[in-house]
Design a binder for this molecule. Structure first.
Ligand code: 1GP
Length: 251
């Protein structure tokens, strides 16, 4: 099994270092676009590529990852919308359990069915409490998951969900307003969650401005993920990444 990735995440959290991840949906990119994203991400010092999507209709997940791996050292983390989105070429897998929902299939059902396949991938598996928060519009994740998101102002529910996830043994918390959300998650909710658990916190969904990415980090996000906005304008990578990294203040 690959290892060491999670350890580094925890070390970064202990040092209060914030990370920026570019989300790549294999359905939405061709080889040329991937080259462009890499060309912008390397000088910007992007920390991670997250790969996945709620659907993933295309079948070039392996090729996407191999292309990235052949051109740069930015780690590739799988953010799968379904168990079919597993590739041995990645560095690690967010092993998502939708703890904000009450759909048994996404809490444990699909994990049982795919367990031997996932284990044999050799990937570093990171159990991740996936918390979907209402982002003001029905997103693919809320439709596909068939699970109600947490209302955006119910910070206590988000906090208790994250705490329960931590006590159940999750290693990461991913707070997601869903791709293309109208409203990203509030700093109030991020603050509440991050001050209640010791786990690294990933935040994404509807972040389109560098300022928002910065504020999310100040509120306690350890990794900020942006997909949609970068699909529309890849030149945002540099500014977003700089905003996230600038939130780190040396003690
Ligand atoms: C979605 O958190 C990710 O699952 C990123 O969302 O595509 O809106 O940036 P965006």
């Amino acid at each position: 099994m690959k290892e060491g990735f999670y350890k580094k995440l925890v070390e970064r959290k202990q040092q209060a270092k914030k990370s920026f991840a570019v989300l790549i949906d294999p359905d939405k990119v061709d080889a040329l676009t991937i080259d462009k994203i890499i060309a912008l991400s390397v000088p910007a010092k992007v920390d991670y590529f997250f790969i996945g999507g709620s659907l993933v209709i295309s079948s070039h997940l392996d090729e996407c990852i191999q292309q990235i791996k052949a051109s740069c050292n930015i780690p590739v983390v799988l953010f799968p919308g379904s168990p079919s989105q597993v590739s041995k070429y990645a560095d690690a897998l967010l092993y998502l359990s939708l703890i904000s929902g009450r759909n048994a299939e996404l809490l444990i059902g699909q994990h049982v069915l795919s367990a031997p396949f996932v284990k044999s991938s050799g990937l570093e598996i990171m159990p991740t409490g996936y918390i979907v928060v209402d982002g003001g519009a029905p997103t693919t994740v809320s439709y596909i998951s068939n699970a109600a998101p947490i209302p955006c102002d119910k910070t206590d529910i988000a906090m208790c969900t994250a705490m329960a996830g931590e006590m159940l043994g999750m290693k990461l918390i991913y707070m997601d307003a869903g791709s293309g959300a109208k409203h990203p998650i509030s700093e109030k909710m991020i603050e509440k969650v991050s001050s209640s658990v010791d786990l690294p916190i990933i935040v994404g969904g509807g972040i389109i401005e560098p300022e928002k990415a910065y504020l999310n980090c100040k509120a306690g996000a350890d990794i900020v993920v942006v997909g949609n906005a970068i699909e529309k304008d890849a030149s945002l990578i540099n500014e977003m990444c700089a905003a996230v990294h600038s939130s780190f203040v040396q003690a």
